[in-house]
Design a protein around this ligand. Structure first.
Ligand code: IMP
Length: 205
């Protein structure tokens, strides 16, 4: 059974392989890459849009299922932004650095020195035996400055609960064990096993 990841991002493919092993394959190894408009209003909706689009293009194949993730950071003191717009907070095509600077600017404008924030990851699975979505979260606080070079995106301004340093300063192994993506993936694991068993049963009946 092959698990196709609906992302061409090498970093994401590596992270998913670390969790699920070599059965993960990037979709662009099987079909030509294409853009999916993330037009849903939730992380789950956007993850499902991506997984369904790749599943449809792959064509009916009882030995394949598609995984997709969507993620972002939310700051309740700012009304929950950037949320599902995390990747394009500073505008369409904005870089990680530009998005980070924009969020720092919004905190500075309001004189906020530290405020709760959380990352969300949704993982959607589209398979011959149904569709599923699981979530994972990482809570902490954001500060109006970038500290450290580790991680990516908003990590240099995010201090996870139970720590005093930002994800930019902490060792990457810390993030791997507590991240929203890791937690969502841990919830996806039993579903993947179940789907695999269901498909094996279908085949033998
Ligand atoms: P996605 O690739 O559409 O899921 O977009 C995720 C966006 O959310 C990224 O571009 C980052 O801005 C932000 N993001 C998601 N996860 C993380 C993380 O683990 N660290 C830092 N930023 C993240």
């Amino acid at each position: 059974m092959q698990w196709v990841l609906a992302s061409g991002n090498k970093g994401k493919i590596r992270e998913f392989r670390e969790i699920f092993g070599d059965r993960i394959v990037g979709y662009d190894e099987l079909i030509a890459p294409f853009e999916v408009e993330e037009s849903a209003s939730t992380f789950a909706g956007n993850a499902l849009l991506k997984a369904r689009a790749v599943y449809e293009r792959l064509g009916e194949n009882p030995r394949m299922a598609v995984l997709a993730d969507d993620s972002g950071i939310s700051v309740p003191a700012l009304g929950g932004v950037p949320g599902i717009y995390s990747a394009r907070y500073a505008g369409e095509g904005a870089s990680d650095r530009e998005n980070l600077r924009k969020l720092i600017g919004e905190l500075e404008k309001r004189g906020i020195e530290r405020t709760p924030a959380y990352y969300t990851a949704a993982i959607a699975i589209v398979s011959p035996v149904g569709e599923y979505v699981v979530h994972g979260w990482m809570h902490g606080e954001v500060i109006p400055e970038a500290r450290g070079e580790g991680g990516f995106g908003y990590d240099p301004m995010f201090i996870p609960e139970g720590f005093t340093q930002t994800l930019g300063e902490l060792d990457s192994s810390v993030k791997q064990s507590i991240s929203h993506r890791y937690r969502a993936a841990e919830r996806a694991r039993p579903l993947l096993d179940l789907i695999e068993r269901s498909l094996a049963l279908h085949k033998s009946s």
